[in-house]
Design a protein around this ligand. Structure first.
Ligand code: UN1
Length: 512
C-alpha cells in the first residue's frame, strides 16, 4: 500500500495500531476498545484503531478552545492562504489520496479522483471567500448613527462524516470553517479512518510551514457512536455538522438542540427523476445510469426513483436494462469497471432485504440485484445494479436503501409526477428531463420539487461545489459547500454606532 507511505500515514501509529486522537500537538492511541477497518474491495484488513473516548475528548476540547483564540485573530486572507496551500498539497497527492478513497470506500478510480477534485475545488472557492466575508452596512433611523453587520468566527466546529464521501464532505466543512476562523475536529466514519489520517497529514504538513497557525486547527478523533454522542453534547462546539443516516442525524440534532447549539445536517436522500414524454431519452438514459448505478448506488444524491411518463416507460426501461447489462461490475481499481463493491456485508443484506420487500409489495424485478462472484476479488460484496418496476406508493419506495436499486414508477399528468416526486419524507435532490419549458419551470417553481436540489436535464448526483448543497424534510435542512454556506461557520453581530453628541432612542422613546 504505497499510497499510505507516500502520504506519511504509516508514521501515525504505534506498533500496528493507528493513532485515534490527532491534534497537531497530540497524537495518541484511543483509550477505548479496538476495532479494524476492512477494504470493501476484498475484505482485507486495512487498519486497526482503538476508539477515542469521551475523556480524551475533554483534553482535545481544551486544545480546540486555545486554537480558536489564536485562529480568530489571524486575518481571514491569511487563513485563506492556509487553505490555498492545503489545496496545492491535495493537487500534488491527488492520485495517492484517491487510492485511499478507493481502498476504504470502494470507489472506482475516476470517481475517487473526482472526490479529491471536489476537495481541491472547495479550497479554491474558500480562498476567494476568505476575502469576501462581507456584512451589510445599514442605515439608522437615528441622527448621528449608523449600523452594520459583521461576521465573526464562531468557535470550534465538529464534523461527523459518512464512509461514502470521506474527503469531500470534510473538505466542504473544513476549508470554509478554517477561512471563517474556526478550528475543525473531524470524527470520520469508522469505515474510512485512513482517509481522515491522510487529510490530517496533508493539512499538518502545511501548518508546519505556517507557525502562526495553531496546529489543532485541523484535528481528528477516531471513535464510535459514543464519541459522536459526546461531541454532540459538548458545549465546546457551537456547530456540529453531521452527514449520514436520518437515524444518526435525529440523535445528533436532539442532543445539540438540548444545549441550544446549531447543527448542520446532511441526511438521507430518496432522489427522483421525472422523465417526461418530451424528454431527450438518450440524454436521460446516460444521466440515469450514472446517477442510479454510479458509486454502486452509495451517494446521498443517488437516483432511487424514476418517475416516467406512461408513454415512454416501456422503451426507456428496455434501453436501461440493456445499458445495465453492459455495466462492468468489479474491482474498482481496474480500468473500465464502472461499479465497485458495496461497503460491506450488512449493506448487501439490506439490499437483498429491500428487494424481497419490494417483491412482496408488488414490485417486479426487471434486472439485477444478484451478487457477482465471477471476475471480482473474493471477500468483496459486488452486485448487479437492480431495476424494479413498482407502484409509487409501495412503502419500500419511500425508504432510502443505500444500494443500487432503481424503482421505476409511472405517471400520466405532470402535476401527478410532481406529487409523486414530493411524497417521500426525504428532500435532497431531484431532476426532470423534459424539452417542455413549461414543465421545466414548473418543476423549479414554488409548487414544483420540494428538494434542496432541483435539476433540469441532468441527473440527481454529482453536484458542483459552487452551489449550496443539502435538502429539506428528513434530509435535515442543512446547506454546505458553495453559495453562502460559509455563514454557517460564523456568528453575526449587529453593530449600532453613535457618532453624534446626543442619545436619541429608537422608536422615538423619550426617557427623561
Ligand atoms: C454525499 O453523497 O454525501 O452531488 C455527497 C454529489 C457529490 C456529493 C455527494 N458532489 O453527488
Amino acid at each position: 500500500l504505497a499510497c499510505l507511505d507516500v502520504l506519511g500515514i504509516n508514521t501515525l501509529k504505534q506498533g500496528d495500531t493507528y493513532f485515534s486522537v490527532l491534534t497537531g500537538n497530540t497524537t495518541v492511541l484511543g483509550e477505548g476498545s479496538a476495532f479494524s477497518a476492512h477494504s470493501p474491495i476484498d475484505g482485507a484488513k486495512l487498519s486497526t484503531f482503538n476508539n477515542a473516548t469521551a475523556a480524551q475528548l475533554d483534553k482535545v476540547n481544551a486544545e480546540l478552545k486555545d486554537a480558536f483564540k489564536v485562529l480568530r485573530t489571524i486575518p481571514a486572507p491569511r487563513r485563506g492562504e492556509l487553505v490555498r496551500r492545503i489545496g496545492d498539497e491535495a493537487r500534488k497527492y491527488k492520485n495517492e489520496l484517491a487510492q485511499v478513497i478507493s481502498l476504504e470506500a470502494g470507489k472506482i478510480t475516476p470517481e475517487a479522483l473526482g472526490e479529491v477534485q471536489e476537495w481541491i475545488d472547495v479550497c479554491d472557492f474558500a480562498v476567494g471567500q476568505s476575502r469576501m466575508l462581507h456584512g451589510l452596512s445599514i442605515v439608522s433611523e437615528r441622527p448621528g448613527h449608523r449600523m452594520m453587520e459583521q461576521w465573526q468566527p464562531l468557535g470550534p466546529v465538529a464534523v461527523i462524516t459518512a464512509f461514502n464521501f470521506p474527503m469531500a464532505v470534510w473538505a466542504w466543512n473544513t476549508m470554509l470553517g478554517l477561512v471563517c476562523g474556526d478550528p475543525v475536529l473531524l470524527k470520520p466514519s469508522e469505515k474510512a479512518p485512513l482517509c481522515a489520517l491522510a487529510m490530517y497529514q496533508i493539512a499538518q504538513n502545511v501548518i508546519a510551514d505556517m507557525p502562526d497557525i495553531p496546529k489543532a486547527a485541523v484535528s481528528v478523533m477516531i471513535g464510535d457512536r459514543d464519541l459522536g454522542e459526546a461531541i454532540a453534547a459538548s458545549e465546546t462546539f457551537p456547530l456540529v455538522s453531521a452527514t449520514g443516516s436520518t437515524v444518526m442525524g435525529r440523535a445528533v440534532a436532539k442532543t445539540v438542540a438540548g444545549r441550544l447549539g446549531r447543527s448542520l445536517l446532511e441526511l438521507g436522500g430518496n432522489n427522483a427523476m421525472i422523465v417526461s414524454k418530451s424528454a431527450d431519452l438518450d440524454l436521460a438514459l446516460r444521466a440515469i445510469v450514472f446517477s442510479a448505478a454510479g458509486t454502486a448506488g452509495q451517494r446521498c444524491t443517488t437516483l432511487r426513483r424514476l418517475i416516467t411518463h406512461e408513454s415512454v416507460v416501456d422503451g426507456l426501461v428496455a434501453s436501461l436494462a440493456k445499458s445495465y447489462g453492459s455495466l462492468r461490475v468489479g474491482n474498482p481499481l481496474v480500468d473500465g469497471n464502472l461499479v465497485g463493491p458495496l461497503i460491506d456485508e450488512r449493506s448487501f443484506d439490506s439490499m437483498q432485504a429491500a428487494l424481497e420487500t419490494a417483491k412482496k409489495q408488488g414490485g417486479d424485478v426487471i434486472c439485477g440485484g444478484e451478487r457477482v462472484t465471477e471476475n471480482v476479488p473474493t471477500g468483496g460484496f459486488y452486485v448487479k445494479p437492480a431495476i424494479v418496476h413498482i407502484a409509487h406508493d409501495a412503502p419500500i419506495v419511500h425508504e432510502e436503501t443505500f444500494a443500487p436499486i432503481l424503482y421505476v414508477l409511472t405517471y400520466s399528468t405532470f402535476e401527478e409526477a410532481i406529487e409523486i416526486q414530493n411524497e417521500v419524507p426525504q428532500g435532497l435532490s431531484s431532476a426532470v428531463f423534459t424539452e417542455s419549458m413549461r414543465e421545466a419551470e414548473l418543476f423549479m417553481a414554488p409548487a414544483g420539487s420540494d428538494c434542496g436540489i432541483a435539476n433540469v436535464n441532468i441527473g440527481t448526483s454529482g453536484a458542483e461545489i459552487g452551489g449550496a448543497f443539502g435538502g429539506e424534510k428528513e434530509t435535515g435542512g442543512g446547506r454546505e459547500s458553495g453559495s453562502d454556506a460559509w455563514r454557517n461557520y460564523m456568528r453575526r453581530t449587529t453593530n449600532t454606532v453613535n457618532y453624534g453628541g446626543d442619545l436619541p432612542l429608537a422608536q422615538g422613546i423619550v426617557f427623561e
